[in-house]
Design a protein around this ligand. Structure first.
Ligand code: AMP
Ligand code: AMP
Length: 341
């Protein structure tokens, strides 16, 4: 039987690292935090890292990869991996990597993502092919925009061109999508699917706390107009949420379908933590505009478990801890390869 003492859990010091490392320690693993110089304070202060490895920039991950391999470290991907290392480079990671690498390519490419969700019969906001087609409120999203920064809304082709002016000619702003704007409340569902138990769990929900979208309602409409405020969606934090219980059956089924469909698109399919991100409208339609095929930061409020994990586990169970348990079960069953991608 494999022994978890022979392995270490490592991740980049940002996004969900506190939760991942704490969860790994709770399961009995030694932990490594890869930190950018000068940004190690939280990981020291909260005592979640047994060891800190320093890089000048997360982009230098590959410079320390050999060392991680020597330490028998299992790397846990999160939002900062894709943001700083790049979805294209993640598949080239040679160190042990938790989760299906191939699926990250599907979640980071909007067209592929749509194909996957379509196949899983997930409702999504309509996509408009060109600015000329704008006949309703739409949201314009730039590819790879970090955390919704720079998105804008428009109601007509004229408004689109007016607002697009500031982005004209900027190389990273040529690639965008025009999506129907859904009026409703944002709901992000955190799932976990284990190949060992063969079960899909709902770990919790959150809504994002976005600047300035979440502050605009604090001033009168007249002031919004006078101040010429444009809505932006820069992510600053996450707010915990429980949802109407009668919606749960549908949300479980959506998760099942996403797992099932993922098997068609990559070998082995999706497993571990993932998240469906969308808006619930007044008719209770849940429109999904994004899937994250890895741990999301919306799980951070639940370091000590969520109302949903308390129903299932008689101990604190964060998503970080849940994935460490998945790895532990794999090691102890001598089937580690099953959870590596
Ligand atoms: P960071 O390490 O904070 O720069 O985040 C890396 C990536 O994860 C960025 O693309 C962020 O937009 C995203 N991200 C960070 N924190 C959150 C959060 N609390 N909720 C959603 N996305 C986040
Ligand atoms: P994203 O980067 O796709 O996660 O979107 C960032 C934020 O923009 C979301 O958290 C929502 O607040 C908002 N948003 C994105 N797409 C839509 C949509 N189709 N309808 C309404 N709001 C949206």
């Amino acid at each position: 039987m494999g022994n978890i003492k022979d392995y270490k859990i490592a991740t980049l010091g940002s996004h969900t690292a506190l939760q991942i490392l704490k969860g790994a320690k709770d399961e009995g693993f030694q932990t490594i935090c890869i930190c950018e110089k000068g940004r190690d304070r939280p990981y020291k202060s909260y005592g979640v890292a047994d060891e800190i490895m320093y890089v000048d920039s997360f982009k230098d991950f590959f410079k320390i990869e050999e060392e991680l391999i020597k330490k028998n470290a299992i790397v846990i991907p999160h939002g900062s991996f894709v943001a700083y290392i790049g979805a294209d480079k993640v598949p080239t990671i040679k160190a042990m990597h938790y989760g299906a690498k191939g699926i990250l390519e599907w979640e980071s490419d909007r067209n592929k993502e749509r194909q996957w969700l379509d196949h899983a019969k997930i409702k999504m906001p309509a996509l408009l092919k060109s600015p000329e087609e704008i006949d309703r409120p739409v949201i314009i999203k730039f590819h790879g925009a970090s955390g919704g920064k720079g998105y804008f809304l428009a109601n007509s082709p004229a408004e689109f061109y007016e607002r697009f002016k500031v982005y004209e000619g900027k190389a990273d702003h040529n690639d965008y999508v025009i999506q129907e704007y859904i009026v409703g409340v944002p709901v992000y569902t955190h799932y976990f699917y284990s190949k060992f138990t063969g079960e899909l769990e709902i770990m919790g929900f959150d809504k994002r706390y976005e600047s300035n979208a979440d502050s605009i309602g604090r001033i009168a409409a007249k002031d919004q107009v006078d101040a010429d405020i444009r809505t932006t969606y820069t992510i600053t934090g996450n707010v915990p949420l429980v949802i109407r219980e009668s919606i749960l059956p549908e949300i479980f089924e959506m998760g099942d379908r996403v797992i099932e469909s993922s098997k068609k698109f990559t070998e082995g399919g999706l497993f571990g933590p993932f998240c469906l991100e969308g808006i619930i409208d007044p008719e209770l339609n849940y429109y999904i505009f994004e899937i994250s095929a890895r741990i999301v930061a919306g799980t951070n409020p639940y370091v000590h478990g969520s109302p949903y994990t308390w129903l299932r586990y008689d101990e604190p169970m964060s998503t970080g801890r849940r994935l460490a348990r998945d790895i532990k079960q794999a090691i102890e069953a001598d089937q580690l390869a099953k959870v590596l991608g």
